[in-house]
Design a protein around this ligand. Structure first.
Ligand SMILES: [Zn+2]
Length: 388
């Protein structure tokens, strides 16, 4: 694969130049002004490469971009594009990260904050769509959202509406592993908060009159961990805890955050049930369990047919066999798979180190992945090839 010729129409130098432009406009999920600046640049790039300006959809200060071609573009309400591409422009990196870690290309590898997750995937998606020409984009929609890294609270409605009725959702998140494996199974992710209510008392004078919320929390942290099931790949992890006010007071309140991951909807439902069934151990303590965020799993059944199609397309392009991987992290592909829409994820950059300093992109793979996405869209637009 490393010695494959560069697919016609994809100039790696041009792709890297666009990647540099996007990485050098930092875009942490929590900074509306930074997100708007990056979104404006993506809109300009899209207009140049695709010949059309996006719709700019702002939700609670988050700018999201939407391109639609053919059905769905000004068509009757409810008519939807047949293929939806999902990208996000936000990153996990705070403003200023670029100062200590500038965008650099060396030895065929590009690095910089957000390069791998997922600005390179976004660049590949834009070039893939550009290569198809206006006719080839008929029936395609591209969403570029700006809150994926913080749970897609403001974009979820847009994503779900666009995906409804689509034949396929292609997610340009980074691939897995050095070989560029597609992500065909993603665990569902839900986070919870457990609030513990005890009763304050002086720790020296009359501690027996108190109900120690911190001790109760300790019991609950252990109970929560026990809900995990390694054999099923289900993890339940206490992540953040807080309790107490002063050194000499029995704590009246405590809170625990819990991260949960499960590969099937059934396991996710079981974890939810068991967390909600937690009961206090100490007499007089009270518990409240609240789910904060939730993305359903992307099960193998959602990606299987698309993976077979991608494999066939890759063969035709002479790209050799594609690999697939199950990953613990969620993406917007979980949302569309949760609606029963065929979804294939990890079609973006080849490289590594997502969310870690030094995340990087294999430059030579950028044209190949763009060509793969373009050919996959082409195959999906032939009715016989669509997954049912
Ligand atoms: Zn991402």
């Amino acid at each position: 694969m490393p010695h494959d010729p560069v697919p016609a129409g994809f100039d790696p130098a041009e792709m890297v130049a666009v990647l540099r432009t996007l990485v050098e406009i930092e875009s942490p999920s929590s900074d509306p002004a930074a997100l708007a600046a990056c979104a404006a640049e993506v809109a300009t790039l899209g207009e140049r490469l695709l010949g059309a300006a996006p719709e700019w959809v702002e939700v609670d200060g988050h700018p999201h971009l939407r391109w639609r071609w053919g059905p769905g573009a000004g068509g009757p309400a409810g008519e939807r594009a047949r293929v939806v591409l999902l990208c996000h422009l936000d990153t996990v990196w705070p403003l200023g990260t670029l100062e200590g870690w500038p965008f650099v290309v060396s030895d065929g590898v590009a690095t910089g904050p957000g390069a791998f997750d997922m600005k390179a995937g976004l660049v590949q998606g834009l070039f893939a769509l550009a290569s198809l020409g206006a006719d080839g984009r008929d029936g395609v929609a591209l969403l570029v959202t700006s809150d994926e890294e913080v749970g897609s609270r403001t974009s979820r409605g847009l994503i779900e509406a666009e995906a409804a009725g689509a034949a396929a959702v292609l997610v340009l998140e980074p691939s897995a592993g050095a070989g560029g494996a597609l992500k065909t199974v993603r665990k569902g992710v839900a986070t919870y908060q457990v609030d513990v209510e005890g009763r304050a008392a002086h720790a020296g004078l009359e501690p027996e009159r108190g109900v120690n919320a911190l001790v109760e929390l300790a019991h609950q942290a252990l109970a929560v961990t026990g809900i995990g099931d390694a054999a099923q790949g289900t993890t339940v992890t206490p992540t953040v805890a807080a309790a107490g006010t002063t050194d000499n007071t029995v704590p009246a309140a405590a809170r625990l955050r819990v991260d949960t991951r499960a590969a099937t909807p059934e396991e996710q439902a079981r974890v939810d049930r068991e967390l909600r069934a937690l009961r206090p151990v100490l007499a007089g303590a009270r518990l409240a369990v609240r789910r904060e965020t939730s993305r359903p799993p992307l099960p193998a059944s959602a990606s299987a047919e698309l993976f077979v199609l991608a494999q066939r397309v890759a063969d035709q392009l002479g790209m050799g066999p594609l690999e697939q991987a199950m990953v613990g992290g969620g993406s917007d592909g979980n949302l569309t798979a949760g609606l029963g829409i065929p979804t294939l994820d990890g079609l973006g950059a080849v490289g590594g180190g997502a969310h870690a300093r030094g995340e990087h992109v294999v430059v030579a793979a950028m044209p190949r992945r763009a060509a793969l996405v373009a050919a996959l869209i082409g195959a999906l637009r032939q009715p016989a090839a669509q997954p049912s």
